[in-house]
Ligand binder design. Structure first.
Ligand SMILES: *Cc1c(COP(=O)(O)O)cnc(C)c1O
Length: 221
């Protein structure tokens, strides 16, 4: 199936209940352009170099979201243009983003990535540690970061009840954290190609769909 018809299918199944971040990591800029020509403006990438190269090559009204694990020394590659960093998962990264955003005289929108999956290998904040950091006022002095909500990845399993449990936990975390942030704390980013409809049922406001739109990836990152 073509990228065009797959985007149409995904948008129809969402029917406006959540925004679509088209995850274009590993796919060529020409695929992004195809989706762009259909009106898609939000794209997700996992690697700073790849995102920066696509940003240079493609129309400047694309909103680029970092969704992959981000190393502190790579923040400066994307700080001038990134529209949101969804994968904020440590104090040290928070500080690095604030510094680089200040250098660019920007405020960068961020999501707090929380670890809920059963796999230990998955990234994200331990919720208890995150809550502790928030309560200590960890974000209070940071003028160049705006915290817009929570992001998470469910367990990689066919067991739908486990995936649902992960999504429900993310939704509860977002609810609980919202009292510490302003009204802009309104995004719950969860759901990928295989589970985005379940995620929307559980309250997702933003889904990250890659392979369902662009086809199978030849390698994984
Ligand atoms: C790759 C990736 C996605 C998209 O995965 P698909 O299964 O291709 O839809 C979503 N979120 C994150 C964090 C990713 O790394």
């Amino acid at each position: 199936m073509s990228i065009k018809s797959q985007i149409e299918n995904v948008l129809e199944s969402l029917s406006g209940r959540a925004q679509l971040v088209a995850v274009s990591k590993t796919y060529p800029a020409s695929d992004v352009q195809t989706a762009y020509d259909m009106g898609q403006r939000l794209f997700g990438e996992s690697r700073p170099q790849e995102m920066a190269a696509k940003w240079e090559a493609l129309p400047k009204d694309i909103e680029w979201r970092m969704i992959g694990h981000l190393q502190r020394n790579k923040v400066k590659m994307i700080a001038p243009f990134v529209s949101m960093i969804e994968s904020v998962d440590s104090e040290r990264l928070v500080v690095a983003i604030d510094i680089e955003a200040a250098k660019c005289e920007r405020v960068i929108d961020c999501l707090l990535e929380i670890h809920v999956a059963q796999e230990q290998s998955k990234t994200g904040w331990d919720y208890t540690e995150l809550l502790d950091f928030v309560k200590r006022g960890g974000f209070d002095e940071l003028k160049n970061i705006r915290v817009c909500g929570v992001m998470g990845i469910a367990s990689n399993t066919d067991d739908e009840s486990r995936v649902r449990r992960d999504f429900e936990e993310l939704a509860r975390c977002k609810e609980a954290l919202s009292e510490y942030f302003s009204d802009s704390f309104d995004t719950l980013s969860m759901g990928m190609s295989d589970d985005y409809l379940l995620a929307v049922e559980c309250g997702s406001t933003s889904v990250r769909v890659g392979s369902k739109i662009f086809g199978r990836r030849t390698y994984n990152i």
